[in-house]
Design a protein around this ligand. Structure first.
Ligand code: NAG
Ligand code: NAG
Length: 211
């Protein structure tokens, strides 16, 4: 048996200790509680930011999906690369039968796609291209006719001059593989006497690039 004095002492000591501990714990708990509330508030704000971002993301995704569905089939990309040329004929030219009509005066030649000495446009991307030609004869007795050629295939033709001197024009669109060439070729059995002074023009450009 412990002496009564010692028991009393122990009891007092333990009660003091409990009180101290309680006080310390309460202060700590309060601090932790405040801290938790702060964290919870921050988390709510962050969640709100995330919700806003998710909405924006969904909207962007929807717009992209729509674009893919309606305009692009997934193999087509927007043309970000400028491919375009316009060349005109500066002086009247008598082109021998079946030769390439070279238009010498280059007004636009993005990416150097047109070679004025060969008269050829070369595709630097697979894609859909547009070409336009306008020719004006020099003499009314001398109609002008020519073909738009893609490598060895005819993809367009124009003829004018039977009923006086008037311009003739044609526009075509065509799919091209990288490296294919488009140019103008005169008729096999006629010399083409084409008027210069920039009346006659040859234009081409990339519309859509295919992957
Ligand atoms: C897109 O490309 C794939 C793979 O080359 C091909 O199978 C598909 O037919 C193409 N789609 C169109 C519309 O050209
Ligand atoms: C145009 O073609 C000619 C003949 O093939 C070539 O010698 C010349 O370098 C080309 N010019 C350009 C700018 O590519």
């Amino acid at each position: 048996m412990l002496p009564v004095r010692l028991l009393l002492l122990l009891a007092v000591f333990s009660s003091v200790r409990t009180t101290i501990l309680e006080n310390v714990d309460k202060a700590d708990l309060e601090a932790v509680r405040i801290r938790l509330m702060e964290e919870k508030a921050k988390r709510l704000l962050l969640q709100n930011d995330v919700d806003v971002l998710m909405l924006k993301f969904e909207e962007l995704k929807r717009k992209c999906d729509q674009r893919d569905e309606h305009v692009f089939d997934g193999n087509v990309t927007l043309v970000t690369h400028s491919i375009a040329f316009t060349a005109t004929l500066s002086a009247d030219m008598l082109f021998p039968s079946g030769t390439i009509l070279t238009f010498d005066h280059v007004r636009v030649n993005e990416d150097n796609c047109y070679n004025s000495s060969t008269g050829k446009f070369r595709a630097s991307f697979r894609g859909l291209y547009s070409f336009s030609v306008t020719v004006l004869p020099v003499l009314s007795s001398h109609p002008v006719g020519c073909f738009i050629m893609k490598d060895n295939d005819e993809i367009g033709r124009v003829y004018t001059g039977d009923t006086g001197i008037a311009t003739g024009s044609v526009t075509v669109v065509t799919m091209m593989d990288k490296g294919q060439e488009v140019y103008l070729k005169g008729r096999h059995n006629h010399q083409e006497y084409v008027q210069g002074a920039h009346w006659s023009t040859f234009t081409g450009l990339l519309l859509y690039r295919y992957n």
